[in-house]
Design a protein around this ligand. Structure first.
Ligand SMILES: [Zn+2]
Length: 90
């Protein structure tokens, strides 16, 4: 929706970028990254913010350490699951 953004998308993408390079055995192609991101985002509750001037403040205000740990755990789950069954050959 115009004017709204799910900031979980940024959080999941950030964690994937951080974790995948540390796991050389895991395929990090575009397809697998998108599968991992959708797997994680479907399991996390969305967190929508307005994308206008107030959004950054809201984002900072809402991102608790507990939320970060939840995202991290879910992203690791996603990496484990998708890398065990990549949707492409080799
Ligand atoms: Zn792949």
């Amino acid at each position: 929706m115009e004017g709204l953004k799910n900031i979980r998308e940024d959080a999941v993408e950030y964690q994937l970028r951080k974790i995948l390079p540390t796991m050389p055995g895991v395929c990090s192609c575009e397809k697998c990254r998108l599968d991992m991101a959708s797997f994680a985002l479907n399991r996390l509750s969305p967190q929508y913010v307005r994308t206008d001037a107030g959004a950054l403040y809201q984002k900072l205000n809402n991102s608790s350490q507990q939320a970060e740990v939840e995202v991290l755990k879910t992203v690791i789950d996603a990496i484990d699951t998708i890398s065990a069954h990549p949707k492409h050959d080799a």
